[in-house]
Write a protein that binds this ligand. Structure first.
Ligand code: MUC
Ligand code: MG
Length: 371
């Protein structure tokens, strides 16, 4: 039986094409932890653990992801057979709390290895793809109204993206509303604009803000209030017609169940990183769909490896009203894979080669490895 022979972790730093401004940080660089698992036959599985802005977004940093995999996760996996990815992830979950991004990187690498071993794409290991191309939006986060408008117009012109999400919450409510309203007015009624507040508002500011954004024609309001306050999200989802998207609030299926129990009626952003992997993210999707809650394909701005892993998972979900935001690789100045993901017709193709369907470009990998 094939076993896990070696696991390495490498931090890769690639500059972004422009500063990416969120309510909690501005990114000029993305740091990705790339996991490479070798089996006893010398086959390799790739995985990625990536977050946003060091420790600004969540409790794991690139350095903690690398250190915790090397120190705690790798010793539990070495010399273990990997025929059952589920029993390995169960074992890790019993021994290691939290560390969802690290676990997601490991699970992805195991899926890649398994897919290569069987000669099938990861989507087939998850039940099979329902789509070979999915809609993908772009995030306008330059921090400048005119730059955002021009960026959006060129994306529409080149048929790369036709839906946009704007990052707000770092400025005053008045400044944010004026910025979003101007972008929406410039792009017109046929272009879908959503906003992500990344928890920056309290419920009373959110009530004012959402009313103004709804009036301006904004289509979706992501995580307006604190992640832990499920009751506020549920109340806002009932108060307004414009749907609320829960992001930071929902990591695993238990969170999804608790939010559904509060009668939340919006959508939920899935992310393999926050859920601890593809299996757990798809479990969130199942709980949501049982409660009549729509799901959305979210990103933590991963590069090609993490993005491809999520795409395999999202491709197995029959319907996602608001599509996905799997544009992470396009925000980076360069890539460490030989053949990048294919973005066209306002979306992205689901890779169909064995495993993730990607191969590392070793020269680029070396070039961007953190010294
Ligand atoms: C988030 O909270 O949605 C996704 C896209 C982006 O620009 O930031 C992320 C994180
Ligand atoms: Mg978000």
């Amino acid at each position: 039986m094939k076993k896990i022979a070696n696991i390495t972790t490498t931090i890769i730093d690639i500059p972004t094409i422009r500063p990416h401004k969120l309510s909690m940080t501005s990114m000029a660089m993305q740091s990705m932890v790339i996991v490479r698992i070798l089996d006893t036959d010398g086959a390799e599985g790739l995985g990625e653990g990536t977050t946003i802005g060091g420790l600004a977004y969540g409790p794991e940093s690139p350095e903690s992801i690398k250190k915790n995999i090397d120190t705690y996760i790798t010793p539990l996996l070495l010399n273990k057979p990997y025929h059952s990815i589920k029993s390995l992830t169960q074992m890790l979950n019993k021994s290691i709390r939290g560390n969802f991004i690290a676990k997601s990187a490991i699970e992805t690498a195991l899926f890649d290895l398994k897919g290569k071993q069987l000669g099938v794409p990861i989507s087939e290991l998850l039940g099979g793809a329902c789509h070979n191309h999915i809609e993908c939006l772009w995030v306008l986060a330059s921090g400048d109204t005119d730059k955002d408008i021009n960026e959006a117009l060129s994306m529409i012109e080149t048929k790369r993206h036709r839906n946009f999400k704007m990052k707000i919450g770092a400025n005053t409510l008045e400044q944010d509303i004026s910025h979003v309203t101007k972008v929406k007015a410039a792009l017109g009624p046929s272009v879908s604009i959503r906003v992500d507040v990344n928890q920056a508002w309290n419920e009373s500011i959110a009530t004012k803000g959402i009313a103004a954004l709804e009036k301006a024609g904004i289509e979706l309001i992501e995580q307006p209030t604190a992640a832990k306050d499920f009751a506020a999200l549920a109340r806002l989802s009932k108060k307004f017609n414009v749907p609320i998207l829960a992001d930071e609030s929902i990591a695993d299926k238990e969170d999804a169940f608790l939010l559904a129990k509060q009668n939340f009626s919006g959508s939920v952003a899935l992310k393999i990183a926050k859920s601890g992997g593809l299996i757990s993210a798809l479990e969130v999707a199942t709980v949501c769909s049982s409660a009549g809650i729509d799901v959305y394909g979210g990103t933590l701005l991963e590069g090609s490896i993490g993005t491809a892993a999520a795409l395999h998972a999202w491709s197995t979900i029959p319907q996602m009203q608001f599509g996905t935001e799997m544009f992470g690789p396009l925000l980076l100045q360069d890539d460490i894979v030989k053949t990048p993901l294919k973005y066209h017709n306002f979306g992205v193709e689901i890779p169909n080669l064995a495993g993730l369907g990607l191969e590392i470009d070793e020269a680029k990998f070396k070039q961007y490895t953190r010294k």
